[in-house]
Design a protein around this ligand. Structure first.
Ligand code: FE2
Length: 403
């Protein structure tokens, strides 16, 4: 087949013409909204699920023993500080479990700007959580010891090397490295921002994370539904394909918490060097006895809640270069009379658009979607909050939930 040849001069003319055409069209912003939502029919050929990765998969298997750190993860705290989290000790699952004592192992991080030279160190807090199902045939879970340390005094756009663990137990991790983001400024931005939701722990999740990693993001927004521990094939501990058939008397659905540990290991190669900002989805609710919810989500992840004045891990905000990010909680009170709304109003009011011209908001369930299972599911949240977001000219919204 013959090729159409276009001379270099003609290409330049085409480029200039294209530029003039684009420049002539005013690109609307959210300040011009609200607009009629634009939807596109879902391509059903993409509706191909994939199997859960088994617990003995190399990316999920526990490769350390005793109090050696594992599941190491980063999250932004402020532009000059970072959260480092990890887990030590054996989680247990069964009918009788005994919680580990967090005071038996220290939470220490050593860090500095040169590999092998740690000029600074910080200590933090540790905790365990239980997932208890006091019903016939269901299993209980108690976590390993979860550590959260906030390291401070970081310079922007700088590489830091760190180790974490307990030096008195000779249980210290290998060295990891991360790069800090630019300070809030209209002229500096994270080079790449990854946005992912509804990730799970299947072979499709591997494809997603491998693709995401190959794109070398500076930060990750994880917009809810992380692990799907409440849907694992062995929920009930007995391979229950139909939970309600096998456990007709269980008043709640049991989760399989070791999936969270598998997920922490699966994510570690990426999130031990790139900060991940989480917000809760419906799969993080995980109801237990006595109305306890969100135990795993609240215990495992650090977020800048106090730093952003929200004092709640369900919603918070942070800056990354010239962008202000607001993570909203859809599974907590979002009404105009509630504390989240009051915080949101305050947070929006405080934004200085000459410092952070871009404002991005994220929450798990989209307000607009045509997916039959979740159609208009969060219309109440939209009615409560949408006007405020328009009022302050939010530029971009990210959600998950309808994949
Ligand atoms: Fe969801």
């Amino acid at each position: 087949m013959g090729k159409i040849k276009i001379s270099a001069g003609f290409r330049i003319i085409l480029f200039v013409l294209g530029f003039i055409l684009v420049a002539a069209q005013k690109i609307p912003t959210t300040l011009d909204g609200p607009f009629e939502p634009v939807t596109q029919r879902f391509d059903s050929s993409l509706r191909l699920g994939s199997d859960d990765l088994p617990m003995d998969h190399p990316r999920l298997k526990r490769n350390v023993t005793g109090m050696f750190p594992e599941q190491i993860a980063l999250a932004l705290s402020t532009p000059t500080s970072m959260w480092i989290s990890w887990i030590t000790g054996d989680a247990q699952i069964g009918l009788n479990v005994t919680a580990l004592d967090p005071s038996t192992v220290a939470s220490e991080v050593w860090y500095g700007k040169e590999s092998g030279k740690y000029t600074m160190n910080k200590t933090g807090v540790s905790l365990v959580y239980n997932q208890l199902y006091p019903y016939e045939g269901l299993w209980n879970y108690t976590s390993g010891i979860i550590h959260h340390v906030r390291i401070e005094g970081l310079e922007p756009e700088t590489k830091y090397y760190y180790k974490c663990g307990d030096s008195s137990l000779a249980a210290v991790s290998e060295e990891f490295v991360f790069e800090t983001l630019p300070l809030p400024s209209p002229n500096k931005y994270p080079p790449r921002i990854a946005v992912v939701g509804d990730l799970g722990l299947t072979s499709n999740s591997s494809t997603t994370i491998d693709h995401l990693t190959s794109n070398d993001p500076a930060i990750i927004l994880m917009v809810g539904d992380l692990t799907y521990a409440n849907q694992y094939l062995t929920t009930g501990g007995k391979g229950a394909s139909c939970f309600s058939c096998q456990f007709p008397d269980a008043p709640i659905r049991e989760t399989y918490q070791p999936r969270w540990d598998g997920w922490g290991r699966f994510m570690e190669p990426l999130i031990s060097r790139v900060p991940m900002m989480v917000v809760e989805g419906n799969h993080e609710i995980e109801p237990q006895a006595a109305g306890v919810t969100f135990k795993s989500y609240l215990s495992r992840f650090s977020v800048p809640s106090n730093e952003s004045g929200s004092n709640s891990n369900f919603y918070y905000s942070f800056d990354a270069g010239g962008a202000h990010f607001i993570m909203l909680g859809a599974y907590t009170d979002y009404n105009q009379t509630g504390i989240q709304y009051a915080w949101l109003k305050d947070d929006l009011h405080k934004i200085d658009r000459s410092v952070t011209p871009w404002v991005v908001a994220a929450w798990h369930p989209p307000w607009y979607n045509s997916y039959s299972s979740h159609y208009q599911e969060f219309e109440c949240m939209r009615l409560q909050m949408e006007e405020l977001l328009y009022q302050y000219g939010i530029d971009i919204v990210f959600s998950g939930h309808v994949s």
